[in-house]
Ligand binder design. Sequence first.
Ligand SMILES: C[S@@+](CC[C@H](N)C(=O)[O-])C[C@H]1O[C@@H](n2cnc3c(N)ncnc32)[C@H](O)[C@@H]1O
Length: 284
Amino acid sequence: MLGPVPDEDRTRTPARRLLEPSRLGGSARRAVLRARWALEDRRLTAEQRREELGPAHLRWRGNSSRENRQRWDGWDWSSRGEEWNASPEWKQALIDDVLDRWMPAGGAILEIGPGGGRWSEPLLARAARLVLVDVSERPLALCKERFAAGENVEFVLSGGADIPGVAYASIDAVWSFDVFVHVAPVDQAGYMREIARVLVPGGVAVIHHSDGRNRGLAPSRQGWRSPMSRGLFASLARASGLRVERQLDSWGPDGRYDLSAYADVISVCRAERPRVGGTQASLP
Ligand SMILES: C[S@@+](CC[C@H](N)C(=O)[O-])C[C@H]1O[C@@H](n2cnc3c(N)ncnc32)[C@H](O)[C@@H]1O
C-alpha cells in the first residue's frame, strides 16, 4: 500500500541546496526553516483534509523509532511521567471517564508506550493480564522494577510499529496515551494493523494522537507532534478492519478537562465482530 519514498536530496535543485539551513547563519537560517515548515504543514493539512496518507506524511522524517528510542532511553524518569498531568484532577478524571469506561475489568489489556507506568498502574488494577509494549528498553526496565510483584505483567520490546510475540486475537483492549503523538505516521499505520491483529473480535483500542497541525495553544513542533488528524486516523483504522466508535477531546464534568495544549484527540476503535451467518471479512 505504501509506495517508495523519494530521496529528498535527489529532488533538490542547486538553488534549494544553496538555501540549505546548514549553509546559512542566524536569522536567515531561522527564516528558511520557518518557510520550509510552513510549506510542509500546508501539504500535511491538505492530505489530512483528504484523509490520505500521502507523500507529505510518508516523507515525514521526524518521530522515527530511532529518535524515540534515543529520547526516551535518555529521559529523566524520576517523576514517572506524572509531570505531564495538567493536574491531579485532570488525571483522575481521565481514569474515571475514559480508562475505566473502555478498559474491561478482568480483561487482557495491552499498553503501547508505558513510559514510567503513569497509566500502567491503573490499568494493572483492572487487568487480569497486562502486556506492556515499548520501543525503548529503559521504560520497560523501569516498569519491570515498578511492577515486579505482578506475575500477570509481560514486557515486549517493539521495533517501533509492531507487537512481536503477542498472538492473534488474544487481547481485549489496547491503551496508548502520550505515545502516538510522537510516532511517525507510517508507524502509526503499522500499529493500527497490529492492533487489529491482536484484538479479539469486539475488542477495543483507546489511542491518543494528534489532530491537525498547529491547532492548539502551542505549535505542533514545540510539542514534537507527529502529523495526524482525526479523519486520517479514522481512515487508517477502517483500512485495518477497525470501526471508530468515538473521538473525544475533553472529559470530566462539563468536559472541563481536555487536550487543548496541542489540540490532540483520543480515538476509540472497535474490532469488528464476525457477522453471524455472513463472511468473516476482516479476519485472516
Ligand atoms: C511521552 S512518553 C509517555 C509515557 C506514558 N504513556 C505516559 O503517558 O506517561 C512516550 C513513551 O512512548 C514510548 N514510545 C515512543 N515511540 C514508540 C513506538 N514507536 N512504539 C512503542 N513505544 C514508543 C517511549 O519509549 C515512551 O515510553
